[in-house]
Design a protein around this ligand. Structure first.
Ligand SMILES: *Cc1c(COP(=O)(O)O)cnc(C)c1O
Length: 364
């Protein structure tokens, strides 16, 4: 048998490990920021009907440009943000990870640079590596926030082709204000990508409201978190129609299956029911923030559905002792600027209670 090390893989991929949190299913899973509530029964019934109908046409390729889905996404995002958007300003793919990969294929690549403010979403540098884009990680402040001064100085120094700003930021939960994002857009020589995967959990306005002013701004979103559709793999971006034209140069033809497109459209037709769980999740998040702090630990203020807690001398041991009690959280402590921290997402009331009681048994 040939080992990976003996294969002629690209030099820049040698010694790397694939992205991935442990997938353990017979425990309380609070480690990948999913919505803990399954889609409502009425939606599942609609899906069964619609997928059945789509099945009759599976001999045909799907709509290559997902025109109907993009129109539905434009309607949703306009409704949420108050910004008039059309389907030409929207693009969808298999999760926002694929959207971001397409953005880097179009705007990054060999000889080009992407920059992010760390700690942040660890997939951004991995997608950069996969597309041959150089990565610059700029440290956030000690409280994991980002000021215009720090961000503007970094962008002016490195002049990246793509800037990533995640807000609310994963794994810290911290928000970057629109003022800071606008300041970055004012000096960025290339594209600015605002990753708003957790926007539905946040109180503040979306960077979608800045699209009108900044033609090189891209806002990416996902149906994996608040929409409770991680399994469906649907992410999207909003930007100027020219950005969408650029992404269409690199996308694979028929990348979004007919089944995926119909699932997303049916979900968007019942968006209010789907997003009804957001308030429940936020209530448990706020409870976790209070009760973890009451245990004498630090919790980083969060506007997402998860939080950093710690710091621990031996976070791996705390992670294991939680798992031994049947609760799976995320050990992010090996990431840049994250020594000592663990991340946990809000669960149902029962799951949250189980986590808090398990944590009470491991903490000092
Ligand atoms: C979860 C997450 C995503 C979403 O990934 P999908 O591919 O849409 O499931 C994107 N960005 C951030 C920051 C995330 O945490």
């Amino acid at each position: 048998m040939t080992g990976l090390g003996e294969l002629p893989v690209r030099d820049d991929l040698r010694g790397k490990t694939p992205y991935g949190a442990p997938q353990i299913t017979d425990v309380i899973q609070l480690n990948v920021n999913e919505n803990p509530y399954p889609p409502p029964a009425a939606l599942v019934a609609d899906l069964q009907r619609a997928i059945g109908e789509a099945g009759l046409a599976l001999n045909r390729y799907p709509d290559r440009d997902a025109v109907h889905l993009r129109a539905s996404l434009a309607y949703y995002l306009s409704d949420r943000t108050g910004v008039a958007l059309t389907g030409e300003q929207l693009w969808a793919a298999n999760g926002s990870n694929e959207v971001l990969q397409q953005v880097l294929q179009a705007f990054g690549g060999p000889g080009r640079t992407a920059l992010g403010f760390e700690p942040s979403y660890s997939m951004h540098p991995i997608l950069a590596a996969g597309t041959g884009t150089a990565w610059v990680g700029v440290p956030r402040l000690g409280d994991f926030t980002l000021t215009a001064d720090v961000a503007v100085a970094a962008v002016e120094q490195h002049r990246p082709d793509v800037v990533f700003v995640t807000t609310p930021n994963n794994p810290t939960g911290t928000v970057t204000s629109l003022e800071v994002i606008a300041a970055i857009c004012d000096v960025a020589p290339g594209m600015v990508v605002v990753d708003e995967a957790y926007a539905e959990f946040a109180a503040g306005p979306s960077a979608v409201t800045l699209l009108e002013c900044y033609p090189r701004l891209i806002v990416s979103r996902t149906m994996s978190k608040a929409f409770a559709l991680a399994g469906a793999r649907v992410g999207y971006l909003a930007a100027s129609p020219a950005v969408v034209d650029a992404v269409r140069l690199v996308r694979l033809p028929y990348h979004l299956s007919a089944i995926t497109q119909v699932v997303a459209r049916i979900a968007l037709a019942r968006v209010n029911e789907l997003l009804a769980t957001v308030e429940l999740v936020k209530a448990q998040r706020d409870r976790m923030v209070r009760e973890i702090a009451a245990l004498g630990l630090t919790v980083v203020p969060t506007d997402a559905n998860f939080m950093l807690f710690g710091p621990f001398d031996d976070p791996a041991a705390v992670w294991q002792r939680l798992l031994d009690q049947g609760v799976l959280v995320r050990d992010v402590s090996s990431g840049p600027g994250l020594a000592g921290w663990l991340r946990v997402n809000a669960g149902t009331k029962g799951e949250t209670t189980a986590f808090l009681s398990a944590l009470g048994k491991v903490s000092p």
